[in-house]
Design a protein around this ligand. Structure first.
Ligand SMILES: O=C(O)CCC(=O)C(=O)O
Ligand SMILES: [Fe+2]
Length: 332
């Protein structure tokens, strides 16, 4: 059952990205409300080049339309410890169940002599790009660059929404963020038993910025039940992840969400994950008047993000090792 009376709020962030206004107090309040009530919000007025977005969509469509063997030329097992490349439908698990989606994993493009790559750190390294669609490389790199800039501005907005100084997160966690980017293709449900494109989960980091095409299928678990987050032209869907839940002691919840493509066409989506630096320890923020919310029973995985200790990398690797059990699992 979907509750169609409740909607994820829409926030215009033009002032935040163009930095034209000295006062962001109204917007900061909107962000606070949205993060507390939904853990999700749409952004408009973000200024991300529409032409580039269109190009990204077209090239991605072109990639997924190819036969499996061609797509497998950049398969994840060739990406080694960097965990980059293509995975076919059914290979990624959410809560132990295969998702009805295929996709490509990307991340910050790091040279072999980068210290983290030299140390053999999982999830760091070079991307795998398809040689037969050469424009995809520059388009993805440019898109990740713009999303990274946007991520920094949104974290400034989130800091303000918590009554913190604008640079709070940059100073402690996201000066050099962990960047992961994925392109997913959700085929239509062919069988009568409709399968989840991605099952119920929360995201792991601080902030996800999602571009979705015009098909729809994303659902968010709001306080009044599951609601749709339908496509809104030239918007992005933002949601907060487990690390922001942890930092705010549950004031900003990492909200469960899931996807089911009930249309008869493929659905493309482009989640961009703006996460804390891999090697930093994520600690609670000293917030005034915050009632700690750590009710594990209502979390999808019955786990507490508040109990773990260690770096963001430790948290992430523990999670993702369950998603792709067959990939390299050791850091060194
Ligand atoms: O495809 C979508 O709309 C959402 C994907 C998602 O939730 C994720 O990758 O974490
Ligand atoms: Fe997600």
């Amino acid at each position: 059952m979907i509750n169609s009376h409740v909607q994820v709020p829409i926030i215009d962030i033009n002032a935040l990205v163009s930095q034209t206004s000295k006062s962001y107090s109204v917007m900061a309040e909107q962000i606070r409300q949205a993060c507390q009530d939904y853990g999700f919000f749409y952004i408009v007025g973000h200024g991300v080049d529409e032409q580039l977005q269109k190009q990204l969509e077209n090239l991605s469509q072109q990639f997924f339309a190819q036969d499996e063997d061609t797509k497998l030329q950049i398969r994840m097992s060739l990406g080694g410890k960097a965990w980059r490349g293509y995975f076919p439908v059914g290979n990624e698990l959410t809560s132990g169940k295969p998702d009805l989606k295929e996709g490509i994993y990307f991340g910050a493009e790091l040279e072999d002599n980068h210290p983290l790559v030299k140390a053999g750190t999982l999830m760091h390294g070079r991307n795998l790009f398809p040689s037969n669609i050469p424009q995809l490389r520059e388009t993805v790199l440019e898109y990740m660059h713009l999303m990274t800039q946007l991520g920094h501005r949104l974290m400034a907005g989130i800091a303000l929404s918590l009554g913190l100084e604008e640079s709070y997160f940059a100073d402690r966690y996201t000066q050099d963020p962990l960047i992961l980017f994925r392109i997913f293709n959700y085929p239509p449900n062919s069988s009568s038993q409709s399968q989840w494109g991605v099952g119920e989960h929360t995201d792991y980091g601080v902030l996800t910025i999602l571009k979705q095409d015009n098909i729809g299928g994303l659902q968010v678990k709001s306080k009044s039940g599951w609601i749709d987050a339908p496509p809104i032209p030239n918007s992005f869907v933002c949601n907060i992840g487990d690390m922001l839940d942890r930092m705010t002691q549950g004031l900003y919840r990492s909200t469960p969400h899931r996807v089911r493509n009930l249309s008869t066409s493929n659905r493309l989506s482009f989640p961009f994950f703006f996460d804390p630096n891999f090697n930093v320890e994520v600690k609670p923020i000293e917030l005034n008047n915050v009632v700690v919310n750590d009710d594990k029973s209502d979390r999808w995985d019955k786990a507490s993000v508040h109990e773990f200790s260690g770096t963001y990398g430790d948290y992430l690797l523990n999670k993702v090792s369950k998603v792709f059990p067959e990939l390299p699992q050791t850091v060194l």
